[in-house]
Write a protein that binds this ligand. Sequence first.
Ligand code: PMT
Length: 263
Amino acid sequence: MCVFVLSSSKSETLQANWEPPGRNPGRLFFNLPPETQAWELPWWRMCVRVWRMRFLITAGPTREPLDPARYLTNRSSGRMGYALAGAARHDGHEVLLISGPTTLDVPPGVDFIHVETAQQMYDAVRDMLDGVDVAILTAAVADYRPVAYSEQKIKKQGERMVLELERTPDILGSMRSVFGFKGTLIGFAAETQDVESYARGKLERKQCDMVVGNDVSRRDIGFDSRENEVVLVFPDHVEYLEKDTKEHIAMHIIEHATIIRPK
Ligand code: PMT
């Protein structure tokens, strides 16, 4: 299908180029003067609405089981990822949401895969990547899981107990290098200090097109809150979004996601 993409990069004049087939075949790019903000053009939003892309979004926490009664997890509510899925669907895109356990309703019209563990999320992302134009990895995936799962509930022993953990697979880090994903790749960075510089590190190491950094040391934004305040880190610039509802932040991210040209 033919779609129209506005890009305010490099060229001084308005011109149309067909993208070479392979990455996002069928996308027609108009290059505008560098100072042009594509989303300021009144007809831009109309173009977005008729232009259907395929999004894959991860959300929520993972649970790494220890025994039948216990697991390791984190404070992610899933709200940020579900807001992104809702915003992309609202703009007319095809959306697959792959989520760990949350109490949220899946946004109408969004395809959904429920997972529990990091390994299950890794497998689901790998298996569903075919034809995806934009992947946004918002999930708070556990970085470590118990080395051993006990079939029986672990009984109290002494005053102290040592848990042995091992790394989980790095989904974001595998997108380019293992899965060979060629579309637009957006990661998140949950940080408690130096948010912008850690986000830039992730952008470069994981070959992302954009990383959304947020400060998870604050109780009013980030984990398990209705609002967020983020920095969007791109290869050549950054953009700060003021504190706002996750739904509004998500709309901005989706607008960027549809105009980024993947590496
Ligand atoms: O769910 P909410 O309550 O709304 O909270 C939103 C949020 C704080 C979870 C969200 O805004 C956010 O920051 N998500 C990323 C959480 C995270 O795990 O960040 P990280 O810096 O540890 O990971 C960096 C990136 O690698 C993320 O895109 C993450 O999805 C990805 N990752 C991490 C570990 C792993 N094993 N595989 C991954 O793909």
